[in-house]
Structure formats: structure tokens, C-alpha cells
Design a protein around this ligand. Structure first.
Ligand code: NAI
Length: 469
């Protein structure tokens, strides 16, 4: 029998493939089992990467049609959806091929097939042709991610043509005239934005009375106003109670959460984006004795160990934010732990980004969370309207908001609504990782003219006074 692997990872998404690579770099013998035909999981195949290709392309299309004229560029853009989808497909291919290359480079055995845990130490892999093999493993990492959850309490049939999940909303064959998005969370607003920019009349129906539920309220309110200006319609505080196919497309029935008459609207396409759930089907967890929590997530201790010795889990399949980079961080930490090092993830400094236009990004706590926790805080804000570079780029929407401890000045949360927010938030995450204060950020030299000066000015506003307002 061949030597056992030190680590067999099941799932090659950002959690799994990163864990595999880090473990191999640390000298472990590693295999990574993947059910899809290509590596990269939801993120690279049908999630983050393809949606960003479409978000970028559709934003360029919208800018060419709306704001280029103000820059002195007169064009009449014409959409070639097939080519835009081609750009998306090429982007996905380059990324998934990149993982296959990295596996080879790091001498990881990438195995395409469905993995099932027979017991601690054994993973059975079944190939498409029905053949199977059993891998011996000193450690097993479950990194199987998540799947579309559907609408809680409703039995929605996705035909993936008129009633679609995010997996298929990135591949519609033509721009629908009308689209209803159920759920005003990250997926609903990103993909709703794509199709709205390409010409669809988009209505978002959301249960809560705000979009992006966990986001800072002030940011959420300002962001929603900008989306309304872009043509999206919102029905907030509305609980969807039915989604059905109709002769022309599909209908969505919803009722006000606070009580009142139900209403039904029809659209060519309905995108259901009401969350994701851990994916553990067919993994053999019950037989192996791996415990799940009340929400179907694999239970782990602080070192990612499940209820069974030798079996670990990371990413969307365990508790915490369903974010690719959170999974990556956990993958690195677990590999380090397995190699005898002290891997650790600081869950208080994980940024979160919504890739709309403008982008929304945050790290740390919201103002509402600080109030609820009874923490005395101060706020520093700075609008992009007062930033020279933003004016030059005609990207003046939004602001930066820094929340710092009133007594110690330690930064507790940073929220950015504006162009490039997803990149700007990195310095806030770094600052928080080092336990920095708003004064530290304000005293750090920032190149002029850049959008990042708005970060510095908001920090100045928290600790003293901003210069440019
Ligand atoms: P989500 O949890 O962000 O939003 C779902 C929304 O649906 C919530 O606001 C909820 O109130 C609403 N909802 C639920 N039931 C409803 C009903 N019956 N009627 C009306 N509204 C209802 O989930 P989403 O957008 O599907 O995303 C899934 C996961 O993927 C999230 O954890 C998200 O963080 C992650 N993701 C992250 C991205 C990023 O970081 N840029 C991009 C895409 C997804």
C-alpha cells in the first residue's frame, strides 16, 4: 500500500486549495479531491470570479453610455452579450487552470471525483465513470463549501431559465426586460446591478427594512439611494411568500412584514438570492460520527477540529461569514497547525466587500453594534465629494466612516462607500490587525492625489479635524 497522505482535502475552493498549497509548502504530502471538472469551487467557477468579470464589463458599458460624455468622450456603446460572456468564461478558465498549475508546482495530487469519508483516515473517491479508490490520510480537511439555500420555508423550483439562482444568473442568454431579485443581500445587489446596467428593469424585494442586512445603517441607506438613482426599484420590509412560473416568465408574491395586503409582480426572470447553506451532502459525515450544529454546519473547535480526531473543517461549511478570504485564512491556519505551527485567524479584522458601483466595504464593527455593546465611540467621516482625485474621475459618490474607541482611539470599525472601496479597505484591515488608532492612520503619509486620502481624512476627523472640509 502507498504511504498515506499527511492531508487529504475534500473540496478545492478558496478554503480547500489554499489549505492544500500551504500544507504542501510546509512539507506535507497532500491530495485535494474535487467533484467539479475544474478546481476552484464556487468562487472561481460560478461565484466571485465570473460575477466580477460581469460587474467590471457591465460597469464599463454603463459608464460608456452615461458618464463618458462628461469626460469629453462621445460614444454610443452597443452591447455584445456573447462577447461579454466570453470574457467571463475566459477569466474563469484562466483562474481554474491556474489552480491546476499551482497543484502541480506544489506536488499536490489533484483528484477529480466525489469524496466521501469512510472513517477517520480514509477518503473514498468515486470518479465519473463509477470507478473508485480509497485514499489513506493522517488528516482530512472538509472544505466542501456551500450551496444555494433557496427561500426559507418555501419550496421554490429553480428551472434556471426563468427562476434562477446565482449560478445561472451569471449566464443568462439575453438581457431580460424585467427582473425581480428576491433578497437584497450581496448576491442580489451585485447581480441585480449587472442586469440593470445592461438594460433590465430590476426590482429587489427584501424582507428587512434595509439592504445589505449586516452593513452599517448609514452606509446601507446612502448606498440604496445611489442604487435607486441607477434605476433599481426596492420593495423593503417585504416577505416573499411565493415564486411561480407563469406563461410569460415568473411571478413573485410578497406581503409587508408589518402586515397588510399581499402583492404579486411578474418578470421575465426571477433571481432568488436569499442566502447559502453548508454543503455536506453525500460526504458520509453521519456515519463517520462528524457532528453538525443546528444550522447544518460542521462543528469545529478553535483549531478547526471536528468531533472526530483527524477530521478538520474550514470555510463556508463551518460557522462564520461565508467569504472566500475567510476560508483562505482558515486554510492557511489549519495547514500551519497540521505542520506543528500555531495557525490563527483574527475574525475581528476580516473585511467584507460588495462589488457594486460604487463599491461598499467594511471591516470591524458597525455603529449599531457599538451602540448595542455599550461601547463609547467617536466617528470620523469624509465624503469623496471633497477628494480631488474623486472629482477628477467623476466618482464623488459616497464617504469613508471611521469608528474609534472614544477613550483609547483604537479603531473599531471602518466603512467605505465609494469607488475602489474594496481596495481601500485593505489599509483599514491592516490597521485593525495591528490594533492601530485613528491617529496612526491620520499620521501615515498618503500619496496625493489618491482616493486613499479620503481614508486618512476620515481618520483625521475621528482623532482631530479633517483638513479638506
Ligand atoms: P445574504 O444573506 O447576503 O442576503 C439574503 C437576503 O435575502 C437577506 O437580506 C434576507 O433578509 C433576504 N431574504 C431571505 N428570505 C426572504 C424572503 N422570504 N423574502 C424577501 N427577502 C428574503 O445572501 P446572498 O446574497 O444570497 O449571499 C449568500 C452568501 O454569499 C452570503 O454569505 C454572502 O456574504 C456571500 N457572498 C459574498 C460576496 C462578496 O463578498 N462580494 C458575493 C456573493 C456572495
Amino acid at each position: 500500500m502507498a504511504d498515506p497522505y499527511d492531508l487529504v482535502v475534500i473540496g478545492s475552493g478558496p478554503g480547500g486549495y489554499v489549505c492544500a498549497i500551504k500544507a504542501a509548502q510546509l512539507g506535507l504530502k497532500v491530495a485535494c479531491v474535487e467533484k467539479r471538472k475544474t478546481y476552484g469551487g464556487t468562487c472561481l467557477n460560478v461565484g466571485c470570479i465570473p460575477s466580477k468579470a460581469l460587474l467590471y464589463a457591465s460597469e464599463a458599458f454603463a459608464e460608456a453610455g452615461h458618464s463618458f460624455a462628461d469626460l469629453g468622450i462621445e460614444v454610443a456603446p452597443k452591447l455584445n452579450l456573447d462577447r461579454m460572456m466570453g470574457h467571463k468564461d475566459k477569466t474563469v478558465k484562466a483562474n481554474v487552470d491556474g489552480i491546476a498549475y499551482l497543484f502541480k508546482k506544489n506536488r499536490i495530487d489533484g483528484i477529480i471525483g466525489t469524496g466521501r469519508i469512510k472513517s477517520a483516515g480514509e477518503v473514498e473517491v468515486t470518479k465519473e465513470d463509477g470507478s473508485s479508490q480509497t485514499l489513506q490520510a493522517k488528516a482530512i480537511c472538509i472544505a466542501t463549501g456551500s450551496e444555494v439555500a433557496g427561500i426559507p420555508g418555501l419550496d421554490v423550483t429553480f428551472d434556471e431559465t426563468t427562476i434562477v439562482s446565482s449560478d445561472h444568473a451569471i449566464a443568462l442568454p439575453k438581457v431580460p426586460k424585467t427582473m425581480v431579485v428576491v433578497g437584497g443581500g450581496v448576491i442580489g445587489l451585485e447581480l441585480g446591478s449587472v442586469w440593470a446596467r445592461l438594460g433590465a428593469d430590476v426590482t429587489v424585494v427584501e424582507f428587512l427594512d434595509k439592504v445589505l442586512g449586516p452593513m452599517d445603517q448609514e452606509v446601507s441607506t446612502a448606498f440604496q439611494k445611489l442604487l435607486v438613482k441607477q434605476g433599481l426599484t426596492f420593495r423593503l420590509g417585504a416577505k416573499v411568500t411565493g415564486v411561480a412560473k407563469t406563461r410569460k416568465g415568473a411571478s413573485v408574491t410578497f406581503e409587508p412584514v408589518k402586515g397588510g395586503e399581499a402583492e404579486t409582480i411578474e418578470a421575465d426572470v426571477v433571481l432568488v438570492a436569499t442566502g447559502r447553506k453548508p454543503y455536506t451532502e453525500g460526504l458520509g459525515l453521519a456515519d463517520a460520527g462528524v457532528a453538525l450544529d443546528e444550522r447544518g454546519r460542521v462543528e469545529i473547535d478553535q483549531h478547526f477540529k471536528t468531533s472526530v480526531d483527524g477530521i478538520y473543517a474550514i470555510g463556508d461549511v463551518v460557522k462564520g461569514a461565508m467569504l472566500a478570504h475567510k476560508a483562505e485564512d482558515e486554510g492557511v491556519a489549519l495547514a500551519e497547525i497540521l505542520a506543528g505551527q500555531s495557525g490563527h485567524v483574527n475574525y475581528d479584522a476580516i473585511p467584507s466587500v460588495v462589488y457594486t458601483s460604487p463599491e461598499v466595504a467594511s471591516v470591524g464593527r458597525t455603529e449599531e453594534e457599538l451602540k448595542k455593546a455599550g461601547i463609547d465611540y467617536k466617528v470620523g467621516k469624509f465624503p469623496f465629494m471633497a477628494n480631488g482625485r474623486a472629482r477628477a474621475m467623476l466618482k464623488t459618490d459616497g464617504f469613508v466612516k471611521v469608528l474609534a474607541d472614544a477613550r483609547t482611539d483604537r479603531v473599531l470599525g471602518v466603512h467605505v462607500l465609494g469607488a475602489g472601496a474594496g481596495d481601500l479597505i485593505a489599509e483599514a484591515a491592516l490597521l485593525m490587525e495591528f490594533g492601530g488608532a485613528s491617529e496612526d492612520l491620520a499620521r501615515t503619509s498618503h500619496a496625493h492625489p489618491t482616493l486613499s486620502e479620503a481614508m486618512r481624512e476620515a481618520a483625521f476627523a475621528a482623532f482631530a479635524k479633517p483638513i479638506h472640509i
